[in-house]
Write a protein that binds this ligand. Sequence first.
Ligand code: SF4
Length: 249
Amino acid sequence: MSSNEIREIRGNKISMIFQDPMTSLNPFLRISTQMVETIQLHQKIDKKAAKAKAIEMLKLAGIPAPEKRIDQYPHQFSGGMRQRVMIAMGLSCNPEILIADEPTSALDVTIQAQILELMQELTRKLGTAVILITHSLGVVAGMCDTICVMYAGRIVERGRTEEIFESPRHPYTQGLIRSVPRLDQETKERLYSIPGQPPNVIDLPDCCPFYPRCEKAMDICREKYPPVASFENNQSASCWLYAKEAQNV
Ligand code: SF4
């Protein structure tokens, strides 16, 4: 695609919220300048209508006195409020997909919960699908319908959230779930952690990249990348443990 074709998709169909709202917003420009420019670029409306739309979006995102706040600079907002501005900006052109890359990890825990709730409420209201990128299994459990677990840049397991948590198939997913502290279970054992280190992603082996850390590794795991195996409940996993299921695909 040409740059112009891609620009039609960015913002209009797909938009993105980043981890740290302070570095995503331009510190030298008022919020109004940043939002109005984005809306005008994608919606082909005049400046006055774009500003009215920006104020409406800030209001929806829970910014108090949006008519006044819109003319302030990013440093005049708290971290949580800046992320609300980013959400308002991301959703201002009614995208079909919103990619949220660790949207709450730069915020403190109480604000995290408010931002996640806001994202859920707004995207449901506007009919936007969300791709949430996160390391937090707690956030995943509360927010997502479907999970793709990635290791070394590739999807290794995919399925409905409740199925992945109840019966994870891939040893990496199993390790991740075992590493979460449980308040509902009494235990005297040390909390599990996956041994070893992630591989160097610029020099990946042709085999399963998880094998040096995998408790279930077999000889074939060191030779070839595993095929995708699909299960009846639409869960799938890339692992040689399911070679038989992979043959039936
Ligand atoms: S393919 Fe082998 S090494 Fe890789 S996750 Fe499965 S069992 Fe472990």
